[in-house]
Design a protein around this ligand. Structure first.
Ligand SMILES: Cc1ncc(COP(=O)(O)O)c(C=O)c1O
Length: 390
């Protein structure tokens, strides 16, 4: 491999959200963190080079949004996803969660039901509730060892009047890369009932080898018209701390509303480092990404076989995308507090306890496999030993 994903980079004392909070959050500074979704891989060298170059200017003034950045986004989606995005469809946003929150505010009425498919990335609940809307749950079906959408229940929610849906595609925490067929079926239902879809595709570049992510809006102009695509390079290339993302909206009326609100909040200015980093990642990071995903797929295989051998009562869901492993630990018969105790106090590891993704996540754990294999091995060894010693 050209890039060394096995290398352990010491991130302690770097103000890392993941590595420098173990004591505060879990009660012990030596707890190994495999929770929040950033990876322990160095970003592509081209990203570091442009950031160093910009840092060397020595002044960090207001920046302009430039064509090279927009072109890099357009080229990336054309090359990697067969999606012809027009530069004028792109709206910058500091983060995908910001985009989700603003979309809820702009495209639903106060008190209205907003549909999510649970268990799901926990800010999906927050952006609905904190905007004074109501969560309408369409629990995912657990079939054949993977999640599937419940179209029947979805249609009931639409019949009851829900007009907005937040889609997580690929799905966090389940790692599903929704197929074209599944997305088309969902899209048709939404069109039939006049539902707008906010599609969070932050994991869209992380379909693992053998799987293909299809951006919902790329499937047809009709689906594009009802879709607000929330995208970013940050998860893919491990630069979420740069706080930069973008929304793609082909429908001019929706775009106008978003544009206006972003301007009203003064969220539209270009960030000094971010555009160059995104441009470099998209223009020069393809090879790095291919190898990173092969490495993560190796971690997935390693983790699944390690658990099968050392703690066969827990059942991981094989991810088709993302670097997250969703593990059914219900056979351990522990409530959320018991699972936390097992992880934090006994095993000294921090995975994400599943109930934060919704009540249907209770008894599950999410393990972040975006790290050197030796860390995965260390964490699983400690966790399996602690579970077996109970
Ligand atoms: C599905 C999903 N959406 C959004 C985010 C966060 O995006 P941002 O940091 O751009 O707000 C994450 C991070 O884990 C995520 O998994």
């Amino acid at each position: 491999m050209k890039y060394d994903f096995d290398r352990r980079i010491d991130r302690r004392n770097t103000r890392s959200y993941k590595w420098d909070q173990s004591e505060k959050l879990f009660g012990d500074k030596d707890i190994l963190p495999l929770w929040v979704a950033d990876t322990d891989f160095a970003s592509p060298p081209a990203v570091r080079e442009v950031i160093e170059k910009r840092a060397a200017i020595g002044m960090y003034g207001y920046s302009i949004r430039h064509d090279g950045y927009l072109q890099a986004i357009v080229d990336w989606y054309r090359r990697n996803h067969g999606w012809a995005v027009e530069p004028e469809w792109i709206i910058d946003s500091p983060g995908v969660v910001t985009s989700l929150a603003l979309a809820v505010e702009l495209f639903s009425e106060p008190g209205a039901a907003v549909v999510i498919q649970t268990p799901v990335y926990y800010p999906f609940y927050d952006v609905i509730r904190n905007n004074g809307r109501t969560v309408a749950m369409n629990p995912l079906l657990h079939q054949g060892g993977r999640f599937e959408m419940d179209y029947g229940q979805l249609e009931k929610l639409f019949q009851d009047g829900a007009k907005l849906m937040l889609l997580c595609s690929p799905h966090n925490p389940g790692g599903r890369v929704w197929s074209e067929g599944e997305l088309r079926k969902l899209g048709e239902l939404c069109r039939q009932y006049g539902v707008t879809i906010v599609s969070d595709e932050i994991h869209g570049d992380l379909a693992l080898p053998g799987y293909t992510h299809r951006p919902l809006a790329s499937l047809s102009p009709e689906l594009a018209e009802i879709t607000i695509s929330c995208l970013a390079a940050t998860k893919t290339f491990n630069m979420p701390g740069l706080h930069t993302s973008f929304i793609v909206v082909s429908d001019p009326a929706k775009r106008r509303k978003l544009d206006q609100r972003f301007k009203a909040l003064s969220l539209h200015m270009a960030q000094h480092f971010a555009q160059d980093a995104v441009e470099a990642a998209f223009n020069h990071g393809e090879d790095w990404l291919k190898q990173m995903k092969e490495y993560v797929a190796g971690n997935v295989e390693f983790a699944i076989s390690y658990l099968a051998e050392h703690l066969p009562e827990v059942k991981p869901m094989r991810p088709e995308g993302t670097y997250l492993l969703w593990v059914d630990c219900r056979a351990l018969k522990l409530d959320p507090a018991g699972l936390k105790d097992l992880m934090f106090r006994k095993a000294k590891v921090a995975f994400t306890e599943g109930s934060v993704f919704g009540t249907d996540g209770e008894g599950w754990l999410r393990i972040n496999l975006g790290c050197p294999r030796s860390i995965v091995e260390e964490a699983l060894e400690a966790f399996c030993k602690a579970a077996n010693d109970r």
